[in-house]
Design a binder for this molecule. Structure first.
Ligand code: LLP
Length: 416
């Protein structure tokens, strides 16, 4: 469910016409629906209410402070992966005991800062990292909590760039490796190894891979228990897929029904790290048609937002629905096939290829749907383009939650 809907032939975000937002705030523009993102959070919370997990929103999906604050206010924690995200978590006033920290490459500075903040735990991805966190904690005279990220070697059935649970991926530690570490846990005097973590990938639309991975770790937890190795937490990661096109992903409730029995058996406190499920369909990217170009072989709709604003089509060949914000009447009679492309000097700069869509003209606005997660957060200044503004809509109010960048922002840190 999301709050981007046509009324008559105009696209609305909650109670506001998207076209009005585009005119007022200019384009390219990210528009988020507050109601949608909260609704998605609450859907997960209620599906899992029986086991009351800590839902740590994955900051990388969309790290805007207003979004973090809105979710924290609902009781969410945060899943972070860098010192920058730790800083954001702090600025959004996230209680430190609701922060978990993953990443295969945490630096000494990042580790010290997170220990200093007193986060709930690190998700540790290698033996080398474990030793390093122990060493840093010792220097700080602290005992730090860590969970071992297990690589369960399962096929997530998603795009290979966002599949993370195969043994050939860089993430996590294999079960045997984790077992050896746990046997030696007394050697790590400044660590409390209190849990396990898995995250097998993103945009996963079937529960089967999650179930497979959870079964593997749950058997492992039983094996550890039988040897007197007790843990406190199981972090099951994120990865829930959403609808971009024709997908029919598991709902939060189906996902919960499938895995709650397995999770209960572990007896551990559950953490989850959803990103896309909460934000993906809570945001759109609004762009303006600059030119319509006909070549001997193709038709191009050239818009003012490109791969620097939304890299998913270029990077993963990802599909995003593209809708006119004012639907032409009798649209079906005026369909066209075109490539929707940005202004950037690369042939990979497209939002859609050979897309059948309603005819549009220069000056029209288009909404790139499902752009709330991994949209703005992966945007860049490539081609010295200014990053877009972000607007949050709450019923009939729209507030800017990030100003459009200026040329001064572009060169702020440069020295001649
Ligand atoms: N936890 C960990 C450790 C992760 O690495 C990720 C995402 C998540 C949680 C959240 O996953 P989600 O619930 O959003 O699927 N840029 C790609 C997605 C990369 C996901 C990276 N890790 C995209 O645009 O499709």
């Amino acid at each position: 469910m999301h709050d981007f809907k046509y009324k008559k032939n105009k696209l609305y975000c909650e109670n506001i016409k998207v076209e009005d937002l585009a005119k007022k705030f200019s384009t390219p523009l990210y528009v988020y629906s507050y109601h949608t993102l909260i609704d998605h959070y609450l859907k997960l919370e209620s599906a899992f209410s029986e086991i009351n997990p800590l839902i740590c929103y994955s900051v990388k999906a969309n790290s805007n402070l207003s979004i973090l604050k809105a979710l924290i206010a609902q009781g969410a924690g945060l899943d972070i992966v860098s010192g920058g995200e730790l800083f954001r978590a702090q600025k959004a006033a996230c209680p430190a005991q609701r922060i978990v920290y993953a990443s295969v490459g945490k630096t000494d500075q990042e580790i010290s800062a997170a220990i200093g903040r007193g986060i709930l735990f690190f998700n540790v991805e290698s033996l080398a990292e474990l030793k390093n966190i122990n060493r840093i904690a010792q220097g700080l005279n602290k005992i730090t909590r860590v969970a071992i990220r297990i690589n369960p070697d399962v096929e997530a059935k998603t795009h290979k760039y966002i599949s993370t649970g195969k043994i050939t991926n860089k993430f996590g530690i294999d079960l045997d490796g984790a077992y050896k570490i746990l046997l030696l846990r007394a050697k790590f005097k400044n660590l409390n190894i209190c849990g396990l973590h898995i995250h097998i990938g993103s945009q996963i639309t079937r529960s089967a891979p999650f179930v497979q991975a959870i079964k593997k770790v749950s058997n492992f937890i039983q094996r550890l228990k039988s040897q007197g190795i007790a843990l406190e937490y199981l972090n099951i990661g994120g990865g829930l897929g959403i609808i971009y096109d024709q997908e029919a992903p598991q709902t939060a409730q189906i996902y919960a029904n499938e895995i709650i029995p397995l999770l209960k058996k572990t007896g551990l406190k559950i953490i989850m790290e959803p990103g896309r499920f909460i934000m993906g369909n809570a945001g759109i990217l609004v762009v303006k048609v600059l030119y319509i170009k006909h070549t001997p072989k193709k038709k191009f709709i050239i818009v003012d937002g490109g791969m620097n604003d939304l890299i998913r089509p270029a990077l993963y060949g990802a599909y995003h629905q593209i809708l006119p914000v004012r639907y032409p009447l009798n649209a079906k009679r005026y369909m066209q096939k075109a490539d929707i492309v940005g202004p950037i000097c690369e042939s990979g700069d497209f939002l859609a290829k050979e897309r059948l869509m309603a005819k549009v003209k220069e000056g029209d606005y288009l909404a790139v749907m499902g752009a709330g997660a991994y949209g703005f957060s992966m945007s860049s200044n490539y081609n010295s383009r200014l990053r877009a503004a972000e607007v949050m809509v709450v019923k009939d109010k729209a507030v800017v939650i990030r100003k459009r960048e200026t040329c001064e922002d572009l060169i702020r840190n440069e020295i001649i």
